[in-house]
Design a protein around this ligand. Structure first.
Ligand code: GUN
Length: 300
């Protein structure tokens, strides 16, 4: 039997509608308009599209959006000065520096300069530590979106065997922490894992975040497992015409859906949830900065 497809687009639309309600409540009850500042350096077309979408959706849920477009050759000192201003500006509750930054800028220095209370990406080591020790704070957007979808289809994740493939700071590591928090038994697999297919075959939940097109094959997936595909890989698509390309995930969707019970497609799965969770995190930080309890349904 073919898996049920988890529609990330629809899920993200519902989440944004809920975020808009919380944003309105913050305005009415506390006179706070949540605000997100986004900094983009240079003219990378993919980053431009992401940032445009972030700004548009920020405004659509009723938040303030502050966008800073800096030239490719902006100095590290100028960028640090802007971050310092935003760190101290009251209307700004979230700061996102679009990655990657140009080579002459030290990304670690930038991340460490962010006010952790406004770090909606969870890049800052203090926030990574908060996640690890069970304290409330912003949680990396993509893993938060994956967790929300898994909770929605399963209710409780307790006792499930989860395999996370990929160990990046932005996705793999926080995803494993979140699943552990929800009482899964978690295995972190990566490029050096021995016999990856058999490791994945033990999983009730598979989160693939390796960045390799269609790497996870259908016969690696246990019958009835849930498969969350974080990968976004552009491959040639000659069937669509000469020079055409298309997006695929890290999972071979066509074969995996024959064994899985639930699966996210690419595009239209995890992707739309990432921006929605960025907005959710901005509500969370706006609440925490103002001494309010963040809405439970927007946090991990
Ligand atoms: N570049 C690609 N994805 C992301 C993300 O989630 N956050 C930031 N800051 N930059 C990115």
């Amino acid at each position: 039997m073919s898996a049920q497809i988890i529609d990330g687009k629809e899920f993200a639309a519902k989440l944004r509608a809920n975020i808009a309600i919380h944003v309105e409540r913050l305005k009415k009850e506390h006179d706070i308009t949540a605000g997100l500042a986004v900094i983009i350096i240079g003219h990378d077309p993919a980053s431009q599209v992401y940032v445009r979408n972030k700004a548009k959706q920020t405004l659509e849920v009723g938040m303030n959006s502050f966008k800073y477009e800096l030239a490719d050759d902006v100095s590290e000192a100028e960028l640090l000065k802007l971050i310092d201003e935003l760190n101290n500006r009251d209307e700004v509750h979230g700061i996102l520096v679009q990655m990657p930054v140009p080579k002459h800028i030290d990304a670690t220095k930038i991340i460490n300069a962010l006010n952790p209370a406004k770090d909606v990406d969870m890049f800052h080591p203090l926030n990574a530590g908060k996640l690890m020790t069970g304290q409330i704070g912003p949680v990396s957007c993509t893993p938060l979106g994956c967790l929300m979808m898994l909770r929605d289809v399963h209710g409780s994740l307790e006792g499930k065997n989860a395999v996370v493939i990929g160990r990046s700071n932005l996705v793999g590591k926080p995803m494993a922490q979140l699943l552990l928090r929800d009482n899964c038994t978690v295995t972190m697999a990566h490029s050096r894992t021995k016999d990856l297919p058999n490791v994945v075959r033990q999983a009730d939940i598979v989160v693939a975040a390796v960045g390799r097109a269609k790497m996870v094959k259908g016969d690696w997936i246990k019958k009835g497992a849930s498969v969350i595909d974080v990968g976004i890989n552009r491959i040639d698509a000659p069937e669509r015409g000469q020079g055409k390309t298309r997006l695929v995930g890290d999972v071979d969707f066509e074969s995996a859906k024959e064994n899985a019970a639930f699966i996210t497609p690419v595009p239209g799965g995890v992707g739309p949830m990432t921006i929605a969770c960025l907005l959710a995190n901005t509500v969370t930080t706006a609440c925490l900065i103002n001494g309010l309890k963040p809405p439970k349904d927007l946090t991990a």
